[in-house]
Design a binder for this molecule. Structure first.
Ligand code: NCD
Length: 360
């Protein structure tokens, strides 16, 4: 099914699940826009590919092979919202596959300051580049741009690297990869309990990961936050409709002992509508303290999309359950896998892996 064949109004009327066939082709993403486009089979496939890329890249000949796979392609990083990890890991993913990159990080340096619309800016990028990776504070902008390009003569792929406070699909996929690697020898993600903590109302990583977790069997989810930062009703509705067990509470200590993963987040005060709104919410009870580690399972993992503030002190970094630095690095491998699938070179990589790397 082709995005091109729909009007913008028709596309917008589809619910997220119904959009999937327009964004996927034979299990491969055409664009990466929303977490709902990935189901269990696609996630398993993506995680396997990320691992094969990771192992291939560690060998000199493998790295050289990967570095030529997309050396004829160029990617544009269009990040008008602050970013360290998401920007750099996408850039590193492009480097691994040999794509050349260009960037706009500040619209004050582009013609948007002269009044050019974002639609025209993105169409301009598509004239010079073969992929756009974009982050914006505007909800749904990546989807809108993918549709705009679908109507043009150069309908190039778009990766949503965070849009508004609702979606962050590539982060959700890397979080799934991190969970899967962490539970590899213990039956994978099925049957595990994931506890989200902090600003769940405005944390797009939480919303996107909770959506992806509905693809796993017998998962249970805890949302632990002060009332005004609790998870949105749309996610609650989604979990209900998919029959996923979940609970909502403000008791952090009580949530720790049975968690298999504790997913910490910072206060997202850049979304405050009035100054200091967040400052009036006491989040200190939702910080992980060294003493809390005793309450956690020895096999549990601590995750955080980063950047962090006070919610995880640096002293916890040394605990073997602290997974956030590895989680961040996993992002590079997963994003490399996504780009490989978008350009349909994943089978070449898998076949190189089978011939030259497996068993090495
Ligand atoms: C997150 C984001 O920007 O949504 N960071 C990230 O991409 N790793 C979370 C955050 O900024 O708190």
């Amino acid at each position: 099914m082709r995005l091109r064949s729909l009007s913008w109004e028709q596309y917008q009327e589809l619910d997220a699940e119904a959009k999937a066939p327009y964004l996927m082709d034979n299990g491969r993403p055409q664009h990466v826009l929303i977490p709902q486009q990935f189901r269990r089979a696609e996630l398993d496939n993506l995680c396997a590919l990320a691992t094969e890329i990771r192992r291939t890249a560690k060998i000199r000949a493998g790295a050289d092979f990967l570095g030529n796979v997309l050396s004829h392609k160029r990617a544009m990083l269009y990040f008008t919202q602050p970013s360290t990890r998401t920007f750099l890991s996408h850039q590193a993913a492009c480097l691994i596959l040999g794509l050349k990159t260009g960037e706009v990080r500040d619209t004050a340096t582009s013609s948007e300051i002269k009044g050019e619309s974002r639609e025209d800016s993105v169409r301009t990028f598509s004239s010079y580049f073969d992929l756009i990776i974009m982050r914006s504070k505007e909800r749904g902008l990546a989807e809108r741009m993918a549709w705009v390009l679908s109507q043009s003569e150069r309908p190039i792929p778009i990766i949503n690297a965070g849009s508004g406070h609702d979606q962050h699909p590539t982060q959700a996929v890397l979080d799934i990869y991190t969970l899967q690697r962490s539970f590899e020898t213990r039956g994978g993600i099925d049957g595990k309990r994931i506890v989200f903590v902090g600003d769940l109302a405005r944390g797009r990583t939480v919303r996107s990961l909770a959506t992806l977790l509905t693809n796993y069997k017998d998962v249970s989810i805890g949302f632990v936050a002060p009332d005004s930062f609790q998870i949105g009703p749309d996610i609650i509705e989604l979990l209900r409709s998919r029959g996923v067990r979940f609970d909502v509470s403000a008791d952090f200590e009580a949530a720790l002992p049975d968690a298999d993963a504790v997913y910490m987040t910072r206060v997202q005060d850049e979304w405050d509508t009035e100054t200091g709104q967040s400052a009036r919410v006491d989040v200190s009870k939702f910080h992980l303290r060294p003493d809390d580690l005793k309450r956690m399972k020895p096999t549990a993992v601590i995750m955080h999309p980063l950047p962090r503030r006070e919610e995880i002190p640096e002293s916890i970094d040394r605990d073997p359950r602290a997974m956030y630095w590895r989680q961040m690095r996993n992002g590079m491998w997963v994003r490399t896998a996504l780009i490989a699938q978008i350009f349909n070179v994943d089978e070449d990589i898998r076949s190189y892996f089978r011939q030259h790397v497996r068993g090495y």
